[in-house]
Design a protein around this ligand. Structure first.
Ligand SMILES: Cc1cc2nc3c(=O)[nH]c(=O)nc-3n(C[C@H](O)[C@H](O)[C@H](O)COP(=O)(O)O)c2cc1C
Length: 323
């Protein structure tokens, strides 16, 4: 089923999320062969673009994300290879959304974002992460930093820009509105960070599971339902916990234009893409919907009765009720 996302017409609402599943030409071809609407390339990190390995001093034992990644891929060769992947996607015939993981609004990597657009990326997804370790900075200041990055990038690249948002923002709707005003076309909800865990016997950092659980979708649905109603100009993609067709339908009903999948492929192979797509088509046909526009956002906050999205407490279980 076709969808429109970031101004692009996609043959399917199922996009393969930024991950190893989009990191090589062969994998991109697999995504296309299984009917993905688009791929988001494995992010290139700002530190990679700027050759700043030392900036990444967080090195958990076991599988690290950025530490390991930076060690393997620092250097011009990879930057060149990354642009080659964009071209490969075009040859394969699937829209390629380039991705940059950035931690500042510095000039150097923003020029590289321009190079991605020149190489033929259909859009650019910004994976911005400002981890505050400074208790004197307000949420608003940090959110202004996000907006500043987006504004700079939008001014530089001539392609649609989306922002993969962190889960914990004070007011995600205000952030979404601010991003929109800076020219962002879309938002991805959410970035699932690589979170360190602790081995309490050895008292060392270890990696936690990088893959999601289906239950994590709950966190995202609420916000997607609120945001698609409050900031309808922003195209939403739901990422985190979309493991199957019913999860994708829920995301679309909450107002998303697309879903992004990664763990589903880890668990079920690339066939997961076609399975989700098929389910969405069959479900829509069963309910008499011809296109996603017919049902997108039908369950979002703007619809009568959906004020439930605002209630986060277990009022119905109060005072004491048998569960
Ligand atoms: C091994 C691995 C590598 C990932 N690398 C990136 C990355 O480079 N950039 C990014 O934005 N997200 C990255 N992600 C996050 C995924 O794009 C996705 O948002 C997350 O896995 C949640 O989606 P899921 O529930 O479908 O797995 C990665 C995830 C995994 C498991």
């Amino acid at each position: 089923m076709k969808t429109h996302y970031l101004g692009l017409e996609l043959s399917s609402p199922v996009i393969v999320a930024s991950s190893p599943y989009t990191a090589t030409r062969d994998n991109i071809a697999r995504c296309a062969a299984h009917g993905a609407g688009a791929v988001v390339l494995k992010s290139i990190f700002e530190e990679q673009v700027l050759h700043r390995a030392a900036a990444c001093d967080f090195r958990p034992q076991g599988m690290g994300d950025s530490g390991e990644y930076l060690e393997r891929y620092l250097g011009d060769a990879y930057k060149h290879e990354f642009l080659g992947l964009i071209a490969a996607g075009r040859e394969i015939g699937i829209p390629v959304i380039a991705s940059i993981n950035c931690v500042s609004a510095g000039e150097g990597w923003i020029d590289y974002a321009g190079a991605m657009a020149d190489a033929g990326a259909s859009a650019l997804e910004l994976n911005i992460f400002f981890q505050s370790a400074d208790s004197s900075r307000s949420a608003q200041q940090i959110e202004c930093d996000y907006a500043a990055v987006v504004r700079r990038v939008v001014e530089t690249v001539g392609i649609p820009v989306s922002v993969k948002l962190p889960l914990r923002l004070t007011n995600v709707l205000a952030m979404a509105r601010a991003l929109c005003e800076c020219g962002a076309r879309g938002a991805v909800m959410f970035n699932r960070f690589f979170e360190p865990d602790i081995d309490i016997e050895r008292m060392t950092f270890v990696s936690s599971d990088p893959f999601s659980m289906p239950s994590e979708l709950r966190n995202v649905l609420r916000t997607a339902a609120l945001c698609s109603s409050a900031v309808p100009e922003l195209d939403l993609a739901v990422s985190t916990g979309v493991h199957d067709g019913p999860a994708a339908v829920k995301a679309l009903l909450c107002g998303a234009r697309a879903v992004q999948v990664c763990t589903a492929i880890h668990l079920h192979g690339y066939g997961a893409i076609a399975a989700i797509d098929r389910f969405v088509d069959e479900w829509a046909a069963r309910h008499g919907f011809a296109a996603p526009d017919d049902f997108r956002g039908k369950m979002n906050y703007g619809n009568p009765g959906n004020s439930l999205f605002q209630r986060v407490q277990y009022m119905q279980y109060f005072p004491v009720k048998a569960i």
